[in-house]
Ligand binder design. Structure first.
Ligand code: HEM
Length: 496
């Protein structure tokens, strides 16, 4: 009898499974894309594991299929700049998609949300308390931390003729961020190494997202189900690192003199004790370090890389810097107030982030009730959509026929309306309500460091033929492999 029931179930399961696949398929059948992707998320999972550089793969798929590409049974990638406002606009705000769940941390058996993974209501409440830590004016309070790290980087680079730019910018960004977060750094730049495996921990977290982002439900079942949580599943220790700094600060009563993220988050908690819990404060520190270190270092590496590969742009930037120095408008260690006036520098950073946005895949959101029309197709409620930054940023109608080239001038020329449109489609820091809150911190670091380095060194790629695509590895965000750069100290800076 038991065997008969089993056989019946087996026979019934096959047609049920096929029906399930067909129903899944038919939901978005009008959106083209790779055949297998319409049936299973395993297609995307495999593409993300196998393709070292997922970004260009998606760019090619958009070239092949058009502005909408179905890259999962319920997931549509978008390359249309006009859709940016629909997907990331603020009325209404579209909820983040399920892949973010994978980034929820686990510490001492508890799920720890970072700002990145909070839902809209939680994020709004928390931003009320901690938003003041990220305004353009507030970030100027961190300028001293950037100065300290810059001085240490300069001292370290002066001892070397050739450096691995990727490594030193990672150490720099992590050093600045530790100072920003805790008013101290364990010495990443003095020791020239990853202390406490913090860089490794952040990288592992992004790599984890890359492994599981396409399969969030399976990830929850395998790693975060209550039984495993009770057993203490060791996912990442970034949350634990942040927790220990938090406890240390709480123990140092009366330390309000600190002007760092942690203190600002604790001030926010004191103001809104019912919305910002201790776990939130830990999660926010995790967010700040996790989301801010490697994003900044990779962007710095890419920007210097583009400059070295494009001598005309490098010369124009050097001229802008030299003219400002000559006119007494740029100090030896450039100030934030001074670099904010360097328009070409601004265009260089934007152009680098346009061609090399940090996020390789998309930033997924859920289509709300009523559905939405995107690029001429109505996508039903519940569809997961993601604008693909790299594809949007290479739209030739918007950025010009030379959209694939590094040409900072495009941000400075042409009619104002067009530049505004380019700005509105810019996804380098995300867009809308969930836009990167740390963008002014990152810009402060990058706008200060790039002129500072160019005032002190002539920088050249050791291998002038190397291409950035060949030096990239993917961990959901882009990381760069070692990129060797020859440094020649400028005579004017020697002895300074
Ligand atoms: C060049 C450097 C940086 C780049 C390219 C960058 C990029 C991004 C992007 C694309 C997002 C949007 C993700 C989404 O829509 O889910 C984001 C979110 C975020 N970033 Fe950044 N980021 C940078 C630096 C920083 C820094 C320095 C910090 C902290 C000090 C930071 C903190 C955050 C946080 C907390 C979020 C989550 C916001 C939310 O979900 O509401 N980022 N970043």
């Amino acid at each position: 009898m038991f065997l008969v029931v089993l056989q019946f179930l087996a026979f019934a399961a096959v047609p049920l499974f096929i029906t399930h696949l067909l129903v899944r398929y038919s939901k978005l059948r009008s959106v083209p894309g790779p055949f297998l992707a319409a049936f299973t998320d395993l297609w995307r999972w495999r593409a993300q594991q196998k393709t070292l550089f997922y970004g260009p793969t998606l760019v090619k798929l958009h070239e092949q299929y058009g502005k909408l590409v179905r890259i999962g049974p319920n997931l549509v990638s978008i390359s249309d700049p006009a859709a940016v406002n629909v997907v990331y606009g603020t009325s209404p705000v579209l909820a983040k998609g399920p892949s973010y769940k994978v980034l929820v941390g686990l510490s001492q058996g508890k799920l720890v949300h970072s700002m990145m993974t909070m839902n809209e209501a939680q994020q709004s409440a928390v931003m009320k308390g901690v938003g003041p830590a990220f305004t353009p004016n507030a970030v100027l309070e961190y300028e001293g931390f950037v100065d300290e790290s810059e001085a240490l980087l300069l001292a370290a680079l002066r001892k070397q003729k050739t450096i691995d730019m990727s490594k030193w910018f990672q150490l720099f960004a992590m050093d600045v961020l530790n100072r920003n977060a805790f008013s101290e750094s364990p010495g990443f730049l003095e020791k020239g190494t990853d202390i406490g495996d913090m860089l490794q921990t952040v990288e592992k977290r992004f790599s984890y997202y890359n492994t599981w982002g396409a399969l969030p439900d399976l990830e929850f079942f395998v790693h975060k189900n209550p039984l495993l949580r009770w057993m203490g599943s060791p996912i990442n220790n970034l949350a634990s690192l942040a927790r220990s700094q938090f406890q240390k600060r709480k123990a140092e009563k009366g330390s309000q003199s600190h002007k760092d993220f942690l203190q600002k988050y604790l001030d926010g908690q004191a103001k809104y004790p019912t919305t910002i819990s201790d776990t939130n404060v830990v999660g926010l520190v995790v967010s700040s370090i996790g989301a801010g270190a490697d994003t900044t270092s990779t962007t710095l590496t890419a920007t210097l890389f583009f400059l070295m590969k494009n001598p005309a742009a490098m010369s124009r930037l050097n001229e802008e810097i030299e003219a400002a120095v000559r006119d007494g408008l740029l100090s030896q260690q450039p100030r934030a107030s001074e670099v904010s006036k360097l328009r070409y520098l601004d265009a260089v950073i934007k152009e680098s982030m346009r061609l090399f946005p940090i996020v390789a895949s998309g930033l997924d959101r859920i289509i709300p009730a009523g559905g939405r029309e995107i690029a001429g197709t109505v996508l039903p409620a519940g569809t997961i959509v993601a604008c693909h930054p790299e594809s949007v940023h290479r739209d030739k109608d918007l950025y010009g026929e030379d959209a694939d080239k590094f040409r900072p001038e495009r941000w400075l020329e042409g009619d104002e309306e067009r530049v505004k449109k380019m700005d509105r489609a810019f996804l380098g820091f995300g867009c809308g309500k969930r836009i990167c809150p740390g963008r002014y911190v990152a810009l402060l670091e990058m706008k200060k460091l790039i002129p500072f380095l160019l005032m002190n060194f002539t920088m050249k790629l050791e291998d002038p033929d190397v291409e950035l695509e060949d030096r990239v590895k993917l961990n959901s965000i882009k990381y760069t492999l070692p990129i060797m750069v020859a440094l020649d100290e400028k005579t004017s800076s020697k002895g300074g």
